[in-house]
Design a protein around this ligand. Structure first.
Ligand code: MRU
Length: 361
C-alpha cells in the first residue's frame, strides 16, 4: 500500500540483497521508521517486541529470520537453533509455526552450501503468496460489502477489531482487504475502528492505514460496539484471526469474542478473514489454542504524544495495582457467519473448511 505516495510492503530485502527491512510498528502512528534486520536474533526480537505483528507478517518475518540464519551459518545446528528461537517468540499466531515448518521442510534435505539461496527464495515466495492470498480475500470480502450496498443503497458500516490490515500482512491485509477493494471500486464504506486496548492496534495502526488510504473511519472505545449494533449502525463485522481450528473456532485479539456475542444478539453478520496458513489443521477445539499472556505494563501504561510533540509512556493505574493481560480470545464457530478465505467464503465448520481445502484436511 502507499505511504505518502511511495508503495511499501511491510517487509522487504535491503538493497545489499541479504539484510531485511521492516516498518517499526511500535513507532506508529506518530513516526514512520524502518528498521534493518541483520541476523536471526534481530528477527526474533522484532517479532517478540511487536515491531512486526499480525499473524501473516509474523510468519513472513520468521521465514526471513531463517534466511538470515542460513546467511550466517548454514549448518544443521544453526538451522535447528533458528527454528527454536523464532518459534519461542509468540505462541498464538499459527502462521509462525507454519512458515518455520515450510522453511525447514525445504532446507533440511539440502546440503549446507545450497541452503542460503534456497532460504531467501522461499522467504520471498512466502511473502508473494501472502500478497496473493490477501488480495483474493479482498475480492471475496468486497463482494459481501457490495451485496450489502446493493440491498440498502447506502454507505456500508463495517466494524473491525485490532489491526488486520496491510500492516498485519505483507500487503493488502486480511479483514481490511475487502474494505480497500470495496472503497477502490467506489462502494461507499465507513469503518468503526475498535481502539483495541491494551496496545491500541486499532486506534494507532488501523486508523493510520485506513486514513492514509482515504477510507472514512471512526475510532470507538472497545466497549461502544455493542451499543452501535443495538442502534442498527453496524452492517457487518469483519475481523482477522491468529489461528482458526479445523472446525472453525476463531482465535483473535482479546475482545473479539465480545464483539461476536454482541453481533450474534443483534443479527449483525460476523465475518472472519482467514488466509489458509492461519488454519491449524491439527486442532478441532478452540480451547486448545495457546493464549499468549503479555506483560502487565501493556495494561498499566499507555503511550501517547504530548502537545509539544514528544511521544511518552504514562502510568494510568494506582501504583502497585495488579494487572492481567491475556492477548487473545476464542470465538466459537457457531457465532461466525462466514470465513472469508482466498478460495471463497466458507461456513465456519469442519465440513465446509475441508471441502474448501481438501488437500489440507
Ligand atoms: O498481537 P497482534 O497485534 O499480533 O494481534 C494481531 C491480531 O490479532 C490480528 O487481528 C490477527 O493477527 C489477524 S492479522 C491479519
Amino acid at each position: 500500500m502507499n505511504v505518502d505516495g511511495t508503495h511499501y510492503r511491510t517487509i522487504w530485502l535491503a538493497a545489499d540483497g541479504w539484510a531485511v527491512e521492516i516498518i517499526d510498528q511500535t513507532k506508529l502512528p506518530f513516526n514512520f521508521e524502518t528498521v534493518r534486520l541483520e541476523n536471526v536474533e534481530d528477527a526474533a526480537v522484532a517479532i517478540k517486541d511487536m515491531l512486526v505483528r499480525g499473524a501473516p507478517l509474523i510468519g513472513a518475518t520468521a521465514a526471513y529470520g531463517m534466511a538470515l540464519a542460513m546467511h550466517a551459518d548454514p549448518s544443521d545446528v544453526a538451522l535447528e537453533r533458528a527454528y527454536d528461537r523464532l518459534l519461542s517468540t509468540r505462541p498464538t499466531a499459527v502462521n509462525l509455526r507454519w512458515a518455520l515448518d515450510e522453511m525447514t521442510k525445504l532446507l533440511q534435505p539440502l546440503g549446507a552450501n545450497a541452503r542460503q539461496a534456497a532460504a531467501y527464495a522461499r522467504a520471498a515466495e512466502i511473502c508473494d503468496e501472502d500478497v496473493d492470498i490477501c488480495s483474493a480475500i479482498g475480492d471475496h470480502g468486497a463482494a459481501l460489502i457490495k451485496a450489502r450496498h446493493d440491498e440498502t443503497g447506502d454507505t456500508v458500516h463495517v466494524l473491525t477489531h485490532c489491526n488486520a490490515g496491510w500492516l498485519a500482512t505483507v500487503d493488502w491485509g486480511t479483514a481490511l482487504a475487502p474494505i480497500y477493494k470495496a472503497h477502490d471500486a467506489g462502494i461507499p464504506v465507513h469503518v468503526w475502528v475498535d481502539e483495541t486496548r491494551p496496545r491500541n492496534q486499532g486506534a494507532s495502526l488501523t486508523a493510520w492505514e485506513l486514513g492514509r488510504h482515504g477510507v472514512p473511519l471512526t475510532i470507538i472505545a472497545d466497549n461502544a460496539g455493542g451499543h452501535l449494533m443495538q442502534e442498527g449502525r453496524v452492517d457487518m463485522c469483519i475481523v482477522g484471526t491468529d489461528r482458526t481450528t479445523a472446525s472453525g473456532d476463531v482465535c483473535n485479539k482479546i475482545g473479539t469474542y465480545l464483539k461476536a456475542l454482541a453481533a450474534h444478539d443483534n443479527d449483525v453478520p460476523f465475518y472472519v478473514a482467514l488466509p489458509s496458513p492461519t488454519i491449524d489443521w491439527t486442532l478441532d477445539d478452540g480451547r486448545d489454542i495457546p493464549i499468549e499472556e503479555r506483560a502487565a505494563d501493556e495494561v498499566t501504561k499507555i503511550q501517547g504524544k504530548t502537545e509539544s510533540g514528544e511521544v511518552i509512556t504514562v502510568e494510568i493505574v494506582p501504583e502497585g495495582a495488579n494487572a492481567g493481560n491475556p492477548a487473545f480470545d476464542v470465538t466459537p464457530a457457531r457465532m461466525v457467519t462466514g470465513l472469508i478465505t482466498e478460495r471463497g467464503v466458507a461456513i465456519a465448520s469442519k465440513q465446509s473448511l475441508a471441502e474448501m481445502f481438501p488437500e489440507k484436511a
